[in-house]
Ligand binder design. Structure first.
Ligand code: ADP
Ligand code: ADP
Length: 228
C-alpha cells in the first residue's frame, strides 16, 4: 500500500529533514506519526502525497512510484489520497456544500451524483444542517469536519492528516477522532501526525516516532512517548 525504501530528503537550503526511512504501511492501518518539532514528520507525510519529492530512495503509494512520477500524473494520483491540514484550508467564499462538491467537480462527476455523494458525506461528518453555511460561520471543529468531508468524498484509499486537531480544543478533537475511527473502520488507511498525547494514548494505534529524520520507534499499539 505505502512503501518507503531508504528515503532521504534534503531541502535546497541544506536542511536534512529525512535521513534514511524505510517503512511499510498496509491497507486499512491507522498510523500515528509522533516526534518533536523539526523531527521531519511533515516532510515524511508530504512525500507520501508527492507534495515533496525525496532526494533519494523509493516511495510507492497505491501502486504508483512517486519519485519518478511525471508532473502530469500527480493530479490523478492525488484523487486517491485525502489530505487534511491543521488549518483546514477551506475555500472561504464557497459554502460547505460547494467546498465538498468542488472535489468532485474537478474530476468531472455528474451533478446528480455530486448531490448524492455530498449529502452522504456531510451526514457522515454530522454537518447536514450546515450545508449552506460559509466557513466563517462555522466553529473550528465544524470547519475541520468539512475538510474531512472534502478529503473523503472521493472514497480515497488513504487519508493523510498533518496535525488535524492542532487548532481544536480537546472535546472537538475527540469528535474528529471518532470520525477518523469510523472512516478507518470502512477500510481506509489513516496516517496522522500529531502532538496530542491523550489521543495517541487513548485511541491506540500503530505509532511511528520520528527523530532527526529517522524512525526511532515503531509500535503496534504504541503510546505517545513524549512529555506533553
Ligand atoms: P516536523 O513536521 O517534525 O516539525 P518538518 O518536516 O517540518 O518537521 O521539518 C524537518 C526539518 O526540515 C526542519 O529542520 C525544518 O526546518 C526543515 N524544513 C521543513 N520544510 C522545509 C522547507 N520547505 N525548506 C527548508 N527546510 C525545511
Ligand atoms: P506548507 O504550507 O507547505 O504546509 P508549512 O506551513 O510547513 O508549509 O511552512 C510554510 C512554508 O515554509 C512552506 O513552504 C514550507 O515548506 C516552508 N518551510 C518550513 N520550514 C522551513 C525552513 N526551515 N526553511 C525554509 N522554509 C521552510
Amino acid at each position: 500500500m505505502i512503501t518507503m525504501t531508504n528515503v532521504y530528503k534534503t531541502y535546497p537550503n541544506g536542511a536534512k529533514a529525512v535521513n534514511g526511512i524505510s517503512v511499510t504501511i498496509k491497507q486499512g492501518e491507522f498510523v500515528y506519526v509522533v516526534g518533536p518539532s523539526g523531527a521531519g514528520k511533515s516532510t515524511f507525510i508530504k512525500m507520501m502525497y508527492r507534495e515533496q519529492k525525496p532526494t533519494s530512495g523509493s516511495i510507492r503509494v497505491n501502486g504508483m512510484q512517486l519519485e519518478t512520477m511525471q508532473e502530469r500524473d500527480i493530479p490523478y494520483f492525488r484523487r486517491r489520497i485525502g489530505v487534511i491540514f491543521q488549518d483546514f484550508k477551506l475555500l472561504p467564499k464557497l459554502t460547505v456544500y460547494e467546498n465538498v462538491a468542488f472535489a468532485l467537480e474537478v474530476i468531472g462527476e455528474e451533478k446528480s451524483a455530486i448531490r448524492q455523494k455530498v449529502a452522504e458525506v456531510l451526514k457522515l461528518v454530522r454537518l447536514s444542517h450546515k450545508t449552506d453555511a460559509l466557513p466563517n460561520q462555522l466553529s473550528g471543529g465544524e470547519q475541520q469536519r468539512v475538510a474531512i468531508a472534502r478529503a473523503i468524498v472521493n472514497k480515497p484509499q488513504v487519508v493523510i492528516a498533518d496535525e488535524p486537531t492542532g487548532n481544536l480544543d480537546i472535546n472537538t478533537s475527540w469528535e474528529i477522532m471518532e470520525i477518523f475511527k469510523e472512516i478507518n473502520k470502512q477500510g481506509t488507511t489513516i496516517i496522522m501526525a500529531t502532538h496530542n498525547a491523550d489521543i495517541v494514548n487513548t485511541f491506540r494505534n500503530r505509532v511511528l516516532a520520528i527523530e532527526g529524520g529517522k524512525i526511532v520507534r515503531d509500535e503496534i499499539e504504541g503510546g505517545y512517548g513524549y512529555d506533553s
